[in-house]
Design a protein around this ligand. Structure first.
Ligand code: TYD
Length: 150
């Protein structure tokens, strides 16, 4: 299931009395090349972000400061992840409905993405998302019936 493809990935951490250092290499620590970086900051308490899915985009999300939660939904199951350290992040595969909430004050959410911004890649309607998930699932299940053994 796609939800199992989404996972926490721990990053290298170079500890040093002068301050710790963490790095991310696209295609090495995370399973895609990085084409875009964006971040959410100054998020008011109680705010929700996200509430959409992406058709093709891969993302890796890190809490650079403070903490927040990410709820993932593959159309069948939901899972809540709490991010609160800058040396790990959550990999999100395509076709995953996501909501970000529970931001702490000073929470900064950095997103590494596999493509530049493309509004056509967004699915913002949950009904449409469910329809696409079930169409894909039906397609997968029906596939053997397309070439029946006689
Ligand atoms: P959106 O992705 O909906 O934010 P979130 O999922 O964090 O709630 O983006 C909010 C607005 O910012 C929307 O008008 C599109 C714009 N935007 C860009 O122009 N470029 C980007 O890379 C991103 C992520 C958003």
């Amino acid at each position: 299931m796609p939800l199992n493809d989404c996972r926490i990935i721990e990053l290298p951490k170079i500890t040093d009395p002068r301050g710790n250092l963490t790095f991310v290499e696209g295609g090495n620590h995370i399973p895609f090349d990085i084409k875009r970086v964006y971040y959410l900051y100054d998020v008011p308490g109680g705010s929700d972000r996200g509430s959409h899915a992406h058709r093709n985009l891969h993302q890796f999300i890190i809490a650079m400061s403070g903490s927040f939660d990410i709820v993932l939904d593959d159309g069948e199951r939901q899972r809540r992840f709490h991010l609160n350290r800058s040396y790990y992040g959550l990999y999100i595969c395509p076709m995953m409905w996501r909501t970000l909430d529970n931001f702490s004050s000073g929470g900064v959410c950095m997103v590494l993405a596999s493509a530049v911004y493309d509004p056509a890649d967004y699915i913002r309607d949950h009904d449409e998302f469910m329809h696409l998930v079930h169409a894909k699932k039906g397609g997968d299940l029906n596939h053997p019936l397309e070439t029946p053994h006689r």
